[in-house]
Design a protein around this ligand. Sequence first.
Ligand code: ZN
Length: 94
Amino acid sequence: MTDLRTEAMLMAERHDAGHGVVLLKMHPEMVVKPNAPWIEHACRAGDGRPILNAVALHPDHKVSGGWPEITVSPSIACPCGLHGFLREGVWVPV
Ligand SMILES: [Zn+2]
């Protein structure tokens, strides 16, 4: 698996949300709203090759709770097929 995480992602504070999902507490300039975590997971590149990467939330996501007990709605989906809810810092697969 190719690791595409940047230095900023490697340095970020981390929280294991379960099911292979790790929340990254990124710099405020790198998030769409305060406390919006990046979602690190085993992903797939556009050509299908396995990668380790993290994705930012969509600006329409609502984020509540304090780090790391963060709740996001609606659900979070990645083009690779990852789909789930983040509830109080716990990943709940759909
Ligand atoms: Zn993905």
